[in-house]
Design a protein around this ligand. Structure first.
Ligand code: TYM
Length: 337
């Protein structure tokens, strides 16, 4: 039986945090068991915000190592670096030429990020979701496991594939691109900031106490949790819209401890914050310690890591080049042979 295909990626813009792991990578680890899975480090996307070149390449390797440390198995999936496969940029151009500008101006993340960049908004930032569509469509992905914040970008990829490529250049019987579906977990799809329960945990938040990164030391984790914003009530509960911090920290605890929502809701129903926070810190440290020790081992084996990325690149390139060629032909570009 042909396995369904999965594609996803994370930007190497800084240390990955609990949101990236619990909202996305955790899901990839399960999916790789019975899907053909491609995961890439999307370094071209990282260029849309100001970057130090040395730090970018180091972050790219470190992000790949974290994928593996979190449980991505190079024997079961393909792990690669986006910029090493030129088809991503080439497909992006083809898609650019059929995507209306006003679709891009509507993108929520573009609006948010462009406010922060003031007069320096690059075309790359505007075009970012088209590049992301190219990432997905190149692999004929059936499923794209992401956190909730990527939902609108996934809709765009579907729209481009269906309404701008297949309906113009393909036929019903012979569509050119596969129309992908997003896969968003029920729990963990939107992990919130530790310092503001109504904002999502984000790599770009200037306040480092707002997030726990996968590489934070046990002391730092305990400190960040101790400082996390709370409210004045005793007894913790899920889903009370007036208590976003309680919902977020309980969600973290239920996933990281592995106890699940029901058990945690009961255990914490009468608990005060002073009793709860050490429990959450302990569960977080216990969950991250094995990831950190695998990560440290991998970062000391650079040759091995580079070899994994090379194998992943070869596997990915074969699929990507075939899709690119299909679309080039359909759009009337003269083939090379
Ligand atoms: P990025 O790098 O911002 O985030 C990577 C993944 O982590 C998820 N995520 C979260 N999930 C839950 N709670 C949070 N607070 C949280 N913050 C981030 C994101 O939803 C994402 O799944 N555009 C993408 C990268 C990308 C991509 C792709 C993803 C480029 N091409 C193709 C999938 C397929 C991004 O910026 O993710």
């Amino acid at each position: 039986m042909v396995r369904k295909r999965v594609l996803s990626g994370v930007q190497p813009t800084g240390a990955l945090h609990l949101g990236n792991w619990l909202g996305a990578i955790r899901n990839w680890v399960e999916l790789q068991k019975n899907h053909e899975t491609f995961v890439c480090v999307v370094d071209l996307h990282a260029l849309t915000v100001p970057n130090d070149p040395k730090i970018l390449s180091e972050n790219t390797i470190s992000t790949a190592a974290l994928y593996i440390a979190c449980g991505m198995n190079p024997k079961e999936c393909s792990i690669f670096v986006q910029s090493q496969i030129s088809a991503h940029s080439e497909l992006c151009w083809l898609l650019n030429c059929v995507t209306p500008l006003n679709w891009m101006e509507r993108m929520i993340q573009f609006k948010e990020k462009s406010i922060k960049q003031g007069d320096n908004v690059s075309i790359g930032l505007l075009d970012y979701p088209v590049l992301m569509s190219a990432d997905i469509l190149l692999y004929d992905a059936d499923l794209v496991p992401v956190g909730e914040d990527q939902k609108q970008h996934l809709e765009l990829a579907r729209d481009i594939a269906q309404n701008r490529i297949n309906s113009r250049f393909g036929t019903k019987k012979n569509p050119i691109l596969k129309v992908p579906q997003s896969l968003i977990l029920k729990e963990g799809a939107k992990i919130m900031s530790l310092t503001e329960g109504n904002s999502k945990m984000s790599k770009s938040d200037p306040n480092e106490n707002s997030r726990i990164t996968l590489l934070d030391s046990p002391d730092l984790i305990a400190k960040k949790i101790k400082r996390a914003k709370t409210d004045a009530e005793v007894g913790l509960e899920f889903d009370n819209p007036n208590r976003p911090e309680a919902n977020n920290l309980l969600t973290l605890y239920s996933i990281l401890s592995g106890l699940g929502r029901e058990v945690v809701a009961k255990e914490c129903a009468t608990m005060g914050w002073g009793e709860f926070k050490p429990l959450l810190a302990e569960a977080t440290i216990a969950a991250l310690t094995p990831i950190q020790s695998r990560y440290n081992g991998l970062m000391n084996e650079r040759d091995e890591l580079n070899n994994i990325l090379k194998i992943g690149r070869d596997q990915a390139e074969e699929v990507a080049d075939a899709t690119l060629k299909r679309l080039q032909n359909a759009m009337g570009l003269l083939s090379r042979s």
